[in-house]
Design a protein. Structure first.
Length: 422
């Protein structure tokens, strides 16, 4: 075992084993001895030839900027728990994501289908919107910084790219961001902005669809030269996503798609060519059903509510658990299950006010059934043939799978459930 592998940082975070290395350092699997949970630890390393002043500037900036994303609490941004200086360099302690990166997925399986890329793009736009609203620019969005944990898309490494804001660091020749994903204006020396993150998003989604980024060449100089001089190639496998990709890969930042327009174009593409409007989610579908029933029965003098409760009682599936079956989430889920299909049941009831859940139905187009925080006593039930669920704090929620209560977890522990009746 090497010196680093025995290290315990801040008398608390034990390094266990190396996960991988990138341009800026090493990511370790670690263990938080105080909270007894797995963590990922990013060790940032600067080149040995860097002047001491530059080192100090970088460390200060790291402390400031790595702490900023710690304030961003959204399921599509990796949670930063702590930043410590140890052995003369910064270490970022964060949520452990046991999942491959988008880069690994592309390497392993080749280009991804547009439906999957649309889901990834939508989640990354949400992550960027949250960060940009808080004044944080990512500066190094690329497939290796996107982790894919089932349906959950998680962006990591906020603000860690070298050189921004420090003229002296730039002079040392460190390129900010990754050449194949960096916006042309940033490559030309301008400051990174929310719009340059949107370029990197375009290049990332392009790479997911085509198997390689738009301006990748045999070396850094050739890549930067292509970025400066060649026009953006049209994606070949993008299908309905082509307008989003080309709009994000607009070289002039003032003409590049804004966040709102990118969301709009992506949602139009996801809704399909005929509708022109967004396809209703299962919840909306149920509301449409309720609306129709309400209109029909109003003339007969029967309350729509009674009829819907009757309809839910008749629906197949295990007996209700934890009183959750009459909640809106549960009924929406029932409405979405194909008629007659064998279903699995997931029921969740909040023990505290911080029972955060993410529930989705996997498939080529992923349907998100819930992305919410339940308050104490609130409950949800989902009946589906296939289901993925994430409970972010296992101590805050009671969970039943097919009527069986799951053991309560530790504070801060994340639990994933995959239900499959097919
Ligand atoms: N929070 C995390 N949980 C689990 N694995 C992670 C986490 N963050 C990063 N990784 C993994 O660690 C590996 C190394 O990441 P690292 O950021 O050092 O390299 P990179 O993204 O390839 O390059 P760069 O240094 O330019 O960001 C990657 O394979 C990544 O998937
Ligand atoms: Mg990284």
């Amino acid at each position: 075992m090497s010196q680093s592998e025995r290290l315990v940082l801040a008398t608390r975070y034990r390094l266990v084993s190396e996960i991988g290395q990138g341009a800026n350092g090493t990511v370790w699997r670690g263990h938080d001895e105080l909270l007894d949970r797995a963590v990922a630890i990013k060790e940032l390393r600067l080149p040995d030839n860097l002047a001491e002043d530059d080192r100090v500037v970088f460390y200060r900036r790291t402390l400031r900027e790595a702490r900023a994303p710690a304030q961003l609490r959204t399921h599509s941004i990796v949670e930063v728990y702590d930043v410590v200086i140890e052995q003369g360099r910064p270490w970022i302690v964060m949520e452990m994501i046991e999942a491959p990166s988008l880069e690994q997925l592309i390497e392993r399986s080749g280009p991804l289908p547009p439906e999957r890329v649309a889901h990834i793009g939508r989640a990354l736009l949400d992550a960027l919107n949250t960060a940009h609203k808080a004044g944080i620019v990512h500066r190094d969005l690329k497939p290796s910084n996107v982790l894919l944990d089932g349906d959950r898309v998680v962006l990591t490494d906020f603000g860690l790219a070298f050189s921004s804001g420090s003229a002296s660091l730039t002079k040392t020749g460190h390129f900010m961001g990754s050449p194949a994903y960096v916006a042309p204006e940033v490559a030309a020396g301008e400051k990174a902005t929310p719009r340059s993150d949107l370029w990197s998003l375009g290049a990332t989604l392009y790479a997911a669809l085509e198997g390689r980024p738009p301006f990748e060449r045999e070396n850094v100089m050739a890549t930067l030269s292509a970025l400066a001089n060649e026009s953006t190639p049209a994606p070949q496998n993008a299908g309905a996503l082509a307008p989003v990709i080309t709009g994000l890969l607009e070289k002039n930042p003032t003409r590049r798609l804004s966040h709102a327009r990118a969301v709009d174009r992506l949602e139009r593409a996801m809704a399909g060519p005929r509708s022109g409007r967004r396809a209703p989610t299962p919840r909306y579908r149920l509301m449409v059903v309720i609306g129709l029933i309400g209109a029909t029965v109003a003339s007969c003098g029967i309350g729509a509510t009674a009829l819907i409760v009757g309809m839910m009682r008749e629906s197949p599936g295990p007996s209700p658990t934890a009183g959750a079956s009459t909640t809106p989430g549960g009924s929406a889920a029932q409405a979405a299950a194909p008629p007659g299909a064998a279903t699995s049941t997931l029921a969740v009831r909040a023990r505290t006010d911080s029972c955060k859940i993410f529930v989705s139905v996997p498939g080529t187009a992923i349907t998100v059934l819930a992305d919410e925080t339940l308050h104490r006593g609130e409950a949800r039930r989902y009946d589906q043939p296939r289901l993925n669920a994430v409970v972010y704090d296992a101590s805050a929620c009671d969970v039943w799978v097919n009527g069986q209560q799951k053991p309560a977890g530790k504070p801060g522990e994340r639990q994933n459930y995959t239900l499959n009746k097919e």
